[in-house]
Ligand binder design. Sequence first.
Ligand code: NAD
Ligand code: WQD
Length: 339
Amino acid sequence: MKKILVTGGLGYIGSHTVVALQEAGFEVVIVDNLSNSSINVLEGITNITSTSPIFERLDLRVKQDVVDFFKRHTDIEGIIHFAASKAVGESVEKPLLYYENNLNTLIYLLQECMAHSIHNFIFSSSCTVYGEPDKLPITENAAVKEAISPYGNTKQISEEIILDTCQVSEIKSIALRYFNPIGAHHSAEIGELPVGVPQNLVPFITQTAAGLRDTLSIFGNDYPTPDGSCIRDYIHVMDLAHAHVVALQRLLSVKNTANYEIFNVGTGRGSSVLEVVNAFEKVTGEKLNYKIVDRRPGDVVSVYADTTKANTTLGWKAERSMEEALASAWKWEQKIRNL
Ligand code: NAD
Ligand code: WQD
């Protein structure tokens, strides 16, 4: 069994990926400082896979702790690096916190990869690097635009750090540029657990339906799109999780054609905010209380992926529908609220 380190493995995308990794036959070690997750997630993972991943509570910003971790675990064959701070608005308020957490942790991990000959590194990047795209759907060759937030900038800089490191070492890396992950594992054992008021659309929708929030605000209906609301590429988190397994297997079997590769991970379909709201109402039978408000500063109009590269080169494609993702998100919300 190959041992894989998953940083941030108790977080939203990390926990679903741990399930997919265990189901694909990998042994998983999770490192997380629980800054944006709960220890209970471990139990959820174990309930699904009947295997408890190894877990160490550790802050990857503490270099000595990272060094010591790799002294204890000498048989790690690959790393999937999710651990980061991800709230766009907060990153504007606290840029140094974001640069410190998202960049230092990456640097320390890559240093240990070099020290211990760990050559397989998967990185969580984001479609945010494309900004407002010139052409849709977006291919991986599209220009990286000036970042709108410190958070977005950390993803751009991280990609550069990885590329530069791959050029002078034996490290092979794949950066996956996620579009908008939504939904939960179908068992409702794990899902998204936003701290405080959710910033993202789908958790806000499910919390509104659950009665935790009064009204969903739809940020703008005067955009140049068919119904006036913004368009995004919403991908089921389990499809995204599987993309990590496939990317890891590509590196482990040395099928990569360059030491650093980038793949878009989306569905290739764009959906407007109003379409998501309507789909949620249809699939759950819940009526959503919503109102149209002003545009949210920093939102791009329309973003969806060209997934040709992932489809043909990775042999991966999103299989689940947006309706399935919304139903699973609602099942999860109902479970955690005891509805
Ligand atoms: P998340 O916050 O749910 O998970 C991140 C996990 O990392 C959390 O469990 C947190 O406790 C942990 N963590 C943070 N800093 C740490 C540190 N210094 N040491 C140890 N653990 C630490 O976020 P997520 O949605 O699962 O996102 C995972 C990754 O994917 C992030 O890098 C994020 O930037 C990226 N991403 C997310 C989205 C999205 O919409 N969710 C989209 C694109 C990219
Ligand atoms: C989706 C759409 C909002 C909430 C963010 C980050 C991005 C990436 C994914 C990490 C937009 C609208 C939202 C609400 C609304 N994360 N909306 N009412 O902004 O596409 O992407 O998460 O890398 O970097 O910026 O996702 O879920 O916040 O918004 O109308 O209460 O829903 O305007 O059009 P976004 P989101």
